[in-house]
Design a binder for this molecule. Structure first.
Ligand SMILES: Nc1nc2c(ncn2[C@@H]2O[C@H](COP(=O)(O)OP(=O)(O)OP(=O)(O)O)[C@@H](O)[C@H]2O)c(=O)[nH]1
Ligand SMILES: [Mg+2]
Length: 240
């Protein structure tokens, strides 16, 4: 019967880094079921960050980036020998289980994440993460915009109004009404990243009888990400 498992030999290209991107399924419904705060719900974000930290320790990506209900993992050590079915089933189910374990709410139904794989070379890694970070910013402006408009208009009117507005027009409207997006928390505008950092450790080398500096790496969750640049991705070792 093995021959019926027609997708089981599908593998990602050898020697290629990959990005695995997860996205919460129907989280719009989940957010209304759980009555999440709009535009940003801190406890939801904290639960998503716990999921990200679990994913980081399980799959050791070089870099993990998240905003809203989506999580991207950049991997160079591709798990499961690169088998697409394994990656696209185990990673999102691990995330769903972690989400339930780390989020103390009464779910109406089991939450799930979808998953896709993007083989990627170093030249495109910056492009990819800039693309997702731009989306985080668009999402931020739109979320604040719609929340503000709903305080002035009916839901339908607010939705119609925002559809006809450019990003800078929403930004300006908010500013005119006392909401300055420059002042809101960085993670709302730029998302959250996880990567390894080096910690300086001073010690005494008994054999050589002298002080010695060494570096130990640790996992760092960055709520204050910069706008992505080549330098930043080089610094964290995401690209050469
Ligand atoms: N209230 C609230 N909702 C949030 C928050 N973060 C994410 N969401 C919800 O999550 C949704 C994520 O967008 P999408 O992934 O495009 O929508 P989805 O409903 O998950 O649909 P699919 O991913 O296509 O299954 C947003 O539309 C919001 O409704 C938050 O902090 N507060
Ligand atoms: Mg979603």
């Amino acid at each position: 019967m093995k021959e019926y498992e027609v997708y089981s030999s599908l593998k990602v290209p050898k020697n290629s880094k990959i990005i695995v991107r997860l996205d919460g399924r129907a989280f719009h419904k989940l957010s209304s079921d759980l009555d999440l705060e709009k535009p940003y719900d801190r406890t939801f974000y904290e639960a998503i960050v716990k999921v990200c930290e679990d994913l980081f320790s399980e799959f050791s990506p070089i870099f993990l980036y998240a905003f809203s209900d989506e999580i991207s993992l950049l991997l160079d050590n591709v798990p499961f020998d690169g088998r697409v079915e394994k990656i696209n089933s185990v990673v999102p189910s691990f995330a769903s289980a972690s989400f339930v374990m780390n989020y103390d709410v009464d779910f109406r139904k089991p939450p799930s994440f979808d998953s896709r794989i993007i083989p990627i070379n170093d030249e495109d890694v910056l492009k990819y993460f800039k693309w997702r970070q731009d989306e985080a910013w668009r999402n931020c402006v739109n979320s604040y915009g719609i929340s503000y408009l709903k305080t002035k208009y009916s839901n339908n009117e607010a939705n119609d109004k925002i559809k006809g507005m450019k990003l800078n027009e929403i930004h300006e409207l908010l500013f005119q009404n006392g909401i300055n997006l420059n002042d809101i928390e960085t993670y709302k505008k730029r998302g959250i990243g996880i990567y390894r950092k080096d910690k300086k450790v001073e010690g005494f080398n008994k054999k050589e009888k002298k002080n010695q500096t060494s570096y130990r790496s640790y996992v760092y969750t960055d709520w204050e990400l910069p706008i992505f640049s080549e330098d930043f991705l080089k610094d964290i070792g995401a690209i050469k």
